[in-house]
Design a protein around this ligand. Structure first.
Ligand code: NAD
Ligand code: DAU
Length: 348
């Protein structure tokens, strides 16, 4: 039995990764370390909580002493690091929180892994899950490749870029066996309704305005979250040490076109008149420093590891909408309390 540590496993992507590892690998004991911030929710992984090869540990990656104890006790052989502050808009109002968790928290994990593994790196792996936002913004053409220079624009992407650099530096300086992936925008079940797709699904259900930033012509490359989890599984097992892999959906959408597609699918599901939800679209003040376009060249992971997305955007979006419509309780729980305060401040 190998002990594997996954951080941030109560969050959106982390919960899908934890589920996949627990179900696919009975020879691993998966420890899910999560501080349960506003974005973490044990309901996301309720279906696996009683599996014999799974343990949840509530803890903060900012607490280095606690991490040391945890590593000493369980002798992890692999770390998949997803815990982070992940929302760009929140990073604009509170950048320091992002430096703390994303930079210092990652440093703490690197330090304890190095200390624990220093005599024997064989069979060990530190996998840092990162974002395409570290590359900055594209113009109308071109794609991000693994050699695109880092050029982050938001406090969130700057903090992720810094953490990527530290992971790489620990590999070069101390020989820590690491791998990094930089992925495009994910969507799917369990996505916290502060991000575009789940926020708009929630607002369409509630018949509330759909706040499109700026002119709505910003472009993102969308990937279904379960396809990201499959890619993470592949890279963890078959990726090469000291390498970076870009992961993307081959699926670019301007925000306004995506929102219109979402409105159409939701109207059909909710039995509303054609065009009803589009009337909720409301153009609002732009996000400061808003990156115009992200698009990933995922040919390296495709050629070297044989990965490609398994669902089309229309299929993935339908699965996502169905999940939200049949998990109203989840949505109600995460949008009560602090969420209301956040929403008022952000969209005032
Ligand atoms: P999320 O915000 O949904 O989840 C983050 C999780 O980390 C939460 O469960 C939270 O409780 C936990 N966490 C936060 N601070 C912590 C701390 N100090 N100690 C321990 N746990 C803590 O994030 P997500 O969207 O699932 O993203 C996961 C990772 O993937 C992040 O590193 C993010 O940068 C990266 N990523 C996200 C996307 C995307 O589209 N969502 C795309 C590419 C990369
Ligand atoms: O590219 C990967 C990144 O994708 C991840 O690293 C981040 O963790 C994740 O949050 C996401 O960042 P974005 O800023 O691209 O995602 P978000 O859903 O916040 O916004 C998507 C687009 O929609 C962006 O152009 C801003 C716009 N938007 C967003 C919100 C929340 C709106 O127009 N209105 C909104 O209310």
């Amino acid at each position: 039995m190998k002990n594997i540590l996954i951080t941030g496993g109560a969050g959106f992507i982390g919960s899908h990764v934890v589920r996949r590892f627990v179900n696919q690998y009975p020879n691993y004991h998966v420890f899910n370390l999560d501080a349960l911030t506003y974005a973490g929710n044990l309901e996301n992984i309720k279906d696996i909580e009683n599996k014999p090869n799974y343990t949840f540990v509530k803890g903060d990656i900012l607490d280095e002493a606690f991490l040391e104890e945890l590593f000493a006790k369980y002798q992890f052989e692999g770390v998949l690091h997803l815990a982070a502050e992940s929302h760009v808009d929140r990073s604009i109002t509170d950048p320091l929180a992002f430096v703390k968790t994303n930079v210092i928290g990652t440093m703490n994990l690197l330090n304890v892994a190095k200390k624990q593994w220093k005599d024997d790196f064989v069979g060990k792996r530190f996998y840092h899950i990162s974002t395409d936002e570290v590359y900055g913004s594209l113009g109308a053409t071109g794609l991000f490749t693994e050699t695109t220079a880092y050029d982050p624009n938001s406090p969130y992407s700057a903090s992720k870029a810094a953490s990527d650099h530290f992971v790489r530096a620990y590999g070069e300086t101390y020989g820590l066996p690491y791998v990094i992936t930089n992925c495009s925008n994910n969507y799917g079940p369990n996505h916290f309704p502060e991000k575009l797709i789940p926020l708009f699904i929630h607002n369409i259900i509630e018949k509330k305005p759909l706040p499109v930033y700026g002119d709505g012509k910003y472009t993102r490359d969308w990937l279904f979250v379960e396809d990201h989890a499959v890619a993470i599984d592949l890279v963890f097992h078959e990726g090469k040490n000291h390498e970076t892999y870009n992961i993307g959906g081959f699926n670019e959408w301007q925000n306004i076109d995506l929102v219109k597609l979402l409105c159409q699918q939701m109207d059909a599901k909710l039995g509303r008149a054609v065009g009803e939800s589009e009337k909720l679209i409301s153009y609002v003040k732009d996000r400061p420093g808003h990156d115009l376009r992200y698009a990933i060249d995922a040919s390296k992971i495709n050629k070297e590891l044989g990965w490609k997305p398994s669902v089309t955007f229309e299929q993935g979006l339908e699965k996502t909408i169905d999940w939200y419509l049949s998990n109203e309780e989840w949505l109600k729980n995460v949008t009560s309390g602090d969420y209301q305060k956040y929403y008022k401040e952000q969209y005032k």
